[in-house]
Design a protein around this ligand. Structure first.
Ligand code: KE4
Length: 429
């Protein structure tokens, strides 16, 4: 596979940007090798600068649920651009997209658009701390909520696992109010709240984890978080940056019948353009400036092109779209399961709707520890063997594969055949 043009661009990029990329996972460090450079993308297929084509299961990390360059989305962006690219003032597009989201998630009585998932979670936590007057935040190992300082925390030792910085440049004082507990371990949350519940402003959780690979909530886990936070007058924040409009038209909250106090969104609601949002109960959101004392702002928040792309995307997401996503992702899961079984490779496939992960292990993957203790070297070999066969998987075993409405039965069949051959090859190395 010729990668000459990609290599040339990568050499230039490395002089200009850290590791030549604008987000770490794109550098392929988790799987080795060097990234290819994309020239164009259409539907489920991307084309690199050397003309190689790949069926895409990254889909801009979940944002492109309709696939690349969907005609309705492109048309909406072009029409919006003709009316101006940014106003720094209110416009109808913000109202239309907000109405579309609130209509789909009635527990979101009011929301604020921002420019990324990170901004959404950062703002939701600031709001939760203001609303409760409490400093501490509970997050889960393996959950990622963007690169805001106080959420770049890893578990310390002991029950009250005060967060330790998980990045250089984050002082311990910043993460000491961040408590990190294992995902799907409701008992650890209960113990923590018994100990210091009156200091805890909120629990933030990925209702379906996507950042340690896909890990569904254990039965009753989300319900227990809801009961505990209600009992201790803390807030429950669902980080639905991935799952919002992914696992259902109404997000994970409806799927699992648990209503959070605040929800963070991103990715799909921007249709591939930079959009995040946070929202929830009206009395909470009315604390946000300029109505209330919680300051949050953004030059490009509610950008007209991004609003148009998000609205065009959500308007395509009807029941038949979700039925198709379920059919395609289910067929993919069955083919992957059949291959790993036939080849005698221990594997766990976790799937919720059109997001899934393949873990090479003989034990269930239910939290960060079990996700980390899988054969990630085999995944790395599989990744490159699939790339050589024209299939682009996420360049990390701890990320989600995404299926879009642009993935056809033929794409799934091609992927299944590639997976069989690639896994056999990866096993022989
Ligand atoms: P952004 O700031 O990257 O838009 O969103 C942060 C974020 C928040 N919450 C969840 C559940 C997320 O998954 C993310 C970002 N996801 C990663 C990959 N899983 C984006 C890819 C990247 O970092 O390049």
């Amino acid at each position: 596979m010729d990668r000459e043009q990609s290599q040339r661009l990568y050499t230039r990029a490395q002089q200009l940007m850290p590791a030549g990329v604008n987000s770490p996972v794109r550098a392929f460090r988790a799987v080795g090798g060097t990234p290819f450079y994309i020239a164009s993308a259409q539907g489920a297929v991307i084309t690199d600068v050397d003309g190689n084509q790949y069926i895409d299961y990254v889909c801009s990390w979940g944002a492109l649920i309709l696939g690349h360059s969907h005609p309705s989305v492109v048309r909406a962006i072009c029409e919006a651009a003709g009316r101006g690219t940014s106003y720094g003032a209110p416009h109808e597009g913000e109202v239309l997209l907000a109405e579309e989201i609130v209509h789909s998630m009635p527990w979101v009585e009011m929301l604020r658009f921002v420019n990324s998932g990170t901004e959404a979670t950062m703002s939701a936590i600031r709001l939760a701390r203001a609303a409760t007057g409490r400093p501490k935040i509970v997050k889960f190992e393996g959950n990622y909520h963007g690169h805001v300082d106080h959420l770049l925390a890893k578990a310390g030792s002991g029950v009250a696992t005060f967060g330790l910085p998980d990045s250089a440049g984050v002082p311990g004082e910043i993460t000491e109010h961040t408590l990190v507990v294992p995902y799907n371990h409701a008992d650890a949350v209960e113990s923590l709240f018994k100990e210091i519940g009156e200091q805890i402003a909120a629990v933030i959780v990925e209702p379906v984890a996507g950042n340690m690979g896909v890990v569904p909530p254990a039965p009753g886990f989300l319900q227990t978080l809801r009961q505990i936070t209600t009992h201790y007058h803390s807030l429950l924040i669902f980080d639905e940056v991935i799952t919002g409009f992914r696992v259902s038209r109404h997000g994970a909250a409806k799927l699992y019948d648990v209503t959070p106090d605040l929800v963070c969104m991103g990715k799909i609601i921007g249709g591939g353009l930079p959009v995040g949002a946070y929202g929830g109960r009206r009395e909470l959101m009315q604390m946000v400036a300029p109505l209330g004392p919680v300051y949050q702002a953004g030059t490009l928040s509610g950008n007209p092109l991004a609003m148009a792309a998000g609205l065009a995307t959500l308007r395509e997401l009807n029941d038949s779209a979700y039925s198709q996503l379920e059919a395609r992702a289910g067929a993919l899961e069955r083919s992957l399961t059949e291959t790993t079984h036939n080849l005698g490779v221990p594997a766990q496939i976790n799937r919720v709707g059109s997001m899934l992960s393949v873990f090479f292990t003989d034990h269930p993957v239910t939290d960060s520890e079990s996700a980390m203790h899988t054969d990630r070297q085999l995944y790395a070999r599989l990744f490159h063997a699939m790339l050589r066969r024209g299939v682009f998987l996420p360049p990390s075993a701890l990320e989600a594969w995404f299926v879009s409405t642009a993935h056809t039965e033929a794409h799934v069949e091609q992927t299944a055949k590639a997976f069989h051959d690639a896994l056999k090859e990866a096993l022989t190395v």
